[in-house]
Design a binder for this molecule. Structure first.
Ligand code: FAD
Length: 521
């Protein structure tokens, strides 16, 4: 996946593209995969890096949504469970079944959650992962030795999926290219082109070179998540905003807080939300919150209240109480919730997706979740076909293998997420012993991954490598800052840049990464 080649192709494409998709998160990449798989000439552009927005900041679950079951939203749960099953089959290198344990502290919770999880299993049907079960107190503590034992009566275990969000985004961008489409990062839409009051293309700005490209397309899809109102306003300056952003924060803790392979799911915290503590890449992700915000930031910052809320609630369920100094990284994301009526709280807003078509034919798709990105894309492309007057072509993604698909087991833990690409990274390390070395003693990544990220995954900045190609920023914000000079040096060699670039690349990274370091009070 070479950025220069994509830019050349954009420059040399004189015919209108069938699809121009704006936004390189789960939604936009999903739409572009679907359109390219149906044989449409497709281009997707992202103003920063793939999944720089919400799509790299999720709780990393591919789930039906136990919470929606509690709300009685059965159709949403059914759809999500089906998508969970398909994604587990289509990207087995990135999605894994994970056991979740609901700890039971009062007599009624056992039967209540036991029945709920049985319904959850049944709704998944043939695409179910593994059946739920009731656990005794001893079994529960054996599976999660760090669970608060005082008052514990037992547990209910059920299965959901877990994944690596930004790795999936990169693999989807590669899938688009494998299917003959085009995908580029650092290429933002700065304005839309209209003819006879219809949207017929866009002006793209390359944030590296400053160069602008004008592209024409038969359909333009706005898949820019929480930013979608800004693109809608490029079309209709008076358009009413539809996004009610809601922030969710997470803390990452060392594995010692949750040894073993099971996650904890607390169905009801003090604010009525679900809290997860999930083992992930040999650490533990704890979250999340639901805080309505009025600012849409590219780098949302977790608020002190959110950090306090997660630490307090995690401490209620863990015998080893986490404190600020234990936190390896703290990150937040903004949910692109679509406003419905006069809903008062963001927790009540729809998690389902919405498709809007403007009078000038701009198709906006927003809402939903990572788990359902494929179905959202299918709906959007089918609607776009009608909009553009294309003859309908059947969706091809239900069983489409995502780039990297493999069922082979990969012995090196850090290479597993690369799936079928792992041998190529192994070869880079074998050819140059220096690249087989870790980039930092406290991080699992090696130099060859940095080289691979630049050569094959369109990584352009130190942040692309440390935040989204590897997950160093989330697994250890401090060590990732210490690793930045080495990463920049390796990248400079690949990109053929000079010492000035390296210096600035490190400084830029440090500025962003400091926001993920939790300072002791
Ligand atoms: C805290 C939290 C936890 C979550 N956990 C889960 C979970 O565990 N499982 C799950 O299934 N879902 C989860 N979700 C939901 C899921 O992450 C989101 O629904 C999904 O990532 C949204 O993707 P998106 O592509 O719509 O938006 P984004 O990922 O934000 O992508 C939009 C992209 O558009 C780009 N863009 C904006 N303007 C322009 C422009 N003018 N030109 C070009 N590009 C532009 C942005 O830079 C951005 O990268 C969670 C969400 C949050 C906030």
């Amino acid at each position: 996946m070479k950025r220069d080649k994509v830019l050349d192709r954009i420059e040399n494409t004189k015919e209108p593209w069938d699809f121009l998709v704006i936004g390189g998160g789960a939604t936009g990449l999903g739409v572009a995969v679907d359109a390219a798989a149906r044989g449409y000439n497709t281009l997707v552009v992202e103003q920063y890096d793939f999944s720089k927005g919400t799509s790299s900041r999720s709780t990393k679950l591919v789930h039906g949504g136990v919470r929606y079951l509690k709300q009685g939203n059965i159709s949403l749960v059914l759809e999500a469970l089906r998508e969970r099953g398909l994604l587990t089959e289509n990207a087995p290198h990135l999605v894994h079944p994970l056991a979740f344990i609901v700890p039971i502290y009062s007599w009624w919770e056992g039967p209540f959650y036991g029945i709920g999880m049985t319904i959850y299993d049944r709704l998944a049907g043939k695409l179910g992962l593994k059946p739920s079960e009731s656990l005794s107190r001893e079994e529960t503590l054996k599976r999660i030795p760090t669970l608060e034992a005082t008052g514990l009566q037992g547990g209910v275990s059920y299965y959901d999926g877990q994944f690596d969000d930004s790795r999936l985004a990169v693999n989807l961008a590669q899938t688009i290219i494998d299917l003959g489409g085009a995908a580029a990062n650092y290429l933002g839409v700065v304005s839309l082109i209209k003819e006879a009051d219809l949207v017929v293309g866009a002006v793209l700005q390359d944030s590296e070179s400053g160069k602008q490209h004008t592209v024409r397309a038969k359909v333009v899809v706005n898949a820019t998540g929480v930013f979608c109102d800004s693109v809608r306003k490029m079309d209709e300056p008076d358009a009413k905003t539809i996004i009610a952003p809601s922030q969710g924060a997470h803390l990452v803790l060392p594995k010692a807080f949750l040894p073993g392979d099971s996650a904890i799911m607390v169905p009801q915290t003090s604010d009525g939300r679900v809290l997860f503590a999930v083992p992930w890449h040999d650490c533990v992700v704890v979250g999340t919150t639901d805080t309505s915000v009025d600012h849409i930031e590219v780098e949302p910052r977790p608020m002190e209240e959110e950090i306090g809320f997660i630490l307090t609630n995690a401490s209620k369920y863990l015998s080893k109480r986490p404190s600020r100094s234990d936190v390896l990284s703290v990150f937040a994301g903004l949910r692109p919730l679509v406003k419905v009526g006069d809903a008062k709280s963001t927790a009540a807003l729809s998690r389902d997706h919405t498709i809007l078509i403007s009078n000038s034919g701009l198709l906006t798709i927003a809402g939903g979740k990572w788990t359902t990105y494929r179905k959202m894309a299918e709906d959007a492309v089918t609607q776009a076909e009608t909009l553009a007057g294309f003859e309908e072509r059947p969706c091809q993604t239900e069983h489409l293998q995502v780039h990297g698909w493999t069922k082979q087991s990969i012995p090196e833990p850090n290479l597993r997420v690369y799936g079928a690409d792992a041998p190529a990274i192994r070869e880079i390390a074998a050819a140059d012993a220096e690249l087989a070395n870790k980039i930092h003693p406290d991080l699992p990544y090696i130099g060859a991954e940095v080289v691979w990220a630049v050569r094959e995954e369109m990584a352009r900045t130190v942040e692309d490598v440390l935040a989204r190609r590897t997950r160093a920023l989330l697994l250890g914000a401090r060590p990732s800052i210490e690793a930045a000079p080495r990463v920049a040096e390796l990248m400079a060699r690949e990109l053929g840049t000079n010492g000035e670039w390296t210096k600035k690349a490190v400084a830029d990274y440090e500025k962003i990464a400091q926001g993920y370091v939790l300072k002791a009070e």
